[in-house]
Design a protein around this ligand. Structure first.
Ligand SMILES: Cc1cc2nc3c(=O)[nH]c(=O)nc-3n(C[C@H](O)[C@H](O)[C@H](O)COP(=O)(O)O)c2cc1C
Length: 328
C-alpha cells in the first residue's frame, strides 16, 4: 500500500502537500475545500501587526498609524484584506472544529510585544503550530548581516518562550548564510523552517513612469533554488523542512522530497489551477511512488540531498562552465 504520510513539525500529515499561507487560507469555506482536496495541513493567511493595531485603533481610538510598516500596509491593501485579530482567532477555533488536518497559524509582526501577545492567543485558540512570517527587508547601510540574524532570532525566541506548540520560521532567501541561520534556529528550539517565502514584488510602469506592484504569483522556474537549498541543508539539520516557491505539480513535490524536504507549501499553483489541484498532485506522487517501488515517503526522502549524492558539490555549483554544463 502506497502511503503519502509524512512528519512535519512533529505532526503526522496524510500528505506532504500543505496549503501555504495566502488568501485561499483565510476562510473556513476555503479551508474545508483544501482538506477535501487532500491537503496535508493548512497554513492560515498571516495576521499582520498592522491588523492588530488597526483593530486596537478602532476600539481604543489611539492614533499611531504613522508607525505602520508601509510594505505590509500595501500588502494588505493589495490583497483586499481587512481581517482583524479577533476574526483570526475565530477562524482558528472554527477550523479546529471542522477540520481533521493540522491548522498552522501565521503571524507577521515588527514589534516584539505583538509577536508574543498574539502567539499566546493563537495557541489558546487551538492552532496546532505557529509559522513566523518574518520579513525584514534590510537595506540599512549601517546594519550588519549578524545584526539582522540576531533580530530574527530574538523574534523567534520571544515567541518560543511564550508557547508550547511547535514554532517554525518561514524565511526569505536573503541571508548571508542560510544554513547558519537554520542551525541557530534549531539550537534555540525551532520545530521547522519553510524555504522560502516569496515576498510582495515591485515593478515600474515605464508608460506612466510610476511605481506599480510586481507579479504576485511565483514562476515554475523558482523551484530550482527551492530544491537547491532543501538539498544543501536537509542533511545538516533535524528541523522539519517545507519546500516552498515554485512547486506546481507532483513532480515538483517529489523533487523537494528527494532533496530532503518533509513537505511542500503551495500557493500559486492553487490560484492557477484551483484548490482541487491538490488531489491531482497527490495522485501524481502516488503514481510515481508505485512506478519506482516506494511504499512510503520515508523510503526515498533525502536520497538526493547533498549528504547522500556522489558529487555533493553539484548542489553548490553557481557558475556556468562549458566543460560541465555545455554553455559558457
Ligand atoms: C496572493 C498571495 C498571498 C500571500 N500571502 C501570504 C501571507 O499572508 N503570509 C505568508 O507567509 N505568505 C504569503 N504568501 C506567500 C505564499 O505563502 C508562498 O510562500 C509563496 O507564494 C511561494 O509559494 P508558491 O510558489 O507556491 O506561490 C502569499 C502568496 C500569494 C500569491
Amino acid at each position: 500500500m502506497t502511503s503519502l504520510k509524512t512528519k512535519y513539525l512533529g505532526m503526522e500529515l496524510k500528505s506532504p502537500v500543505i496549503a501555504a499561507s495566502c488568501s485561499l487560507t483565510n476562510s473556513l469555506e476555503s479551508l474545508i475545500k483544501l482538506e477535501k482536496a487532500g491537503a496535508g495541513a493548512v497554513v492560515l493567511k498571516s495576521l499582520f501587526e498592522e491588523q492588530i493595531i488597526e483593530e486596537r485603533i478602532k476600539t481604543a481610538a489611539t492614533g499611531f498609524y504613522s508607525s505602520f510598516h508601509t510594505e505590509a500596509v500595501e500588502y494588505i491593501a493589495q490583497m483586499s484584506m481587512n481581517f482583524g485579530p479577533e476574526a483570526y482567532l475565530k477562524l482558528i477555533r472554527d477550523a479546529k472544529k471542522e477540520l481533521s488536518i493540522p491548522v498552522i497559524a501565521s503571524i507577521n509582526c515588527i514589534t516584539k510585544e505583538y509577536w508574543i501577545e498574539f502567539a499566546a492567543k493563537i495557541e489558546k485558540a487551538g492552532a496546532d503550530a505557529i509559522e513566523l512570517n518574518i520579513s525584514h527587508l534590510t537595506h540599512d547601510i549601517e546594519k550588519s548581516g549578524d545584526t539582522v540574524a540576531d533580530e530574527y532570532l530574538a523574534i523567534f525566541m520571544a515567541v518560543k518562550e511564550k508557547v508550547k506548540i511547535p514554532v517554525s520560521v518561514k524565511m526569505g532567501q536573503n541571508f548571508t548564510n542560510i544554513s547558519r541561520m537554520i542551525k541557530v534556529l534549531e539550537t534555540h528550539g525551532a520545530a521547522g523552517v519553510v524555504l522560502f517565502n516569496r515576498f510582495y514584488q515591485v515593478d515600474i510602469d515605464i508608460e506612466k513612469m510610476s511605481f506599480v506592484p510586481g507579479y504576485v504569483r511565483s514562476s515554475h522556474k523558482d523551484i530550482t533554488e527551492t530544491i537547491r537549498w532543501v538539498a544543501l541543508v536537509s542533511g545538516k539539520t533535524k528541523l522539519s523542512i517545507a519546500g516552498s516557491r515554485g512547486v506546481r505539480d507532483g513532480s515538483d513535490v517529489i523533487k523537494v522530497l528527494l532533496a530532503g524536504g518533509d513537505a511542500v507549501q503551495v500557493a500559486s499553483t492553487l490560484y492557477k489551477n484551483g484548490v482541487e489541484h491538490i488531489a491531482k498532485i497527490n495522485s501524481e506522487i502516488e503514481s510515481w511512488m508505485k512506478l519506482k517501488g516506494f511504499d512510503t515517503i520515508a523510503s526515498f526522502k533525502g536520497l538526493l540531498n547533498q549528504k547522500n549524492i556522489e558529487n555533493p558539490e553539484s548542489w553548490e555549483r553557481q557558475q556556468y562552465i562549458k566543460a560541465i554544463v555545455g554553455v559558457e
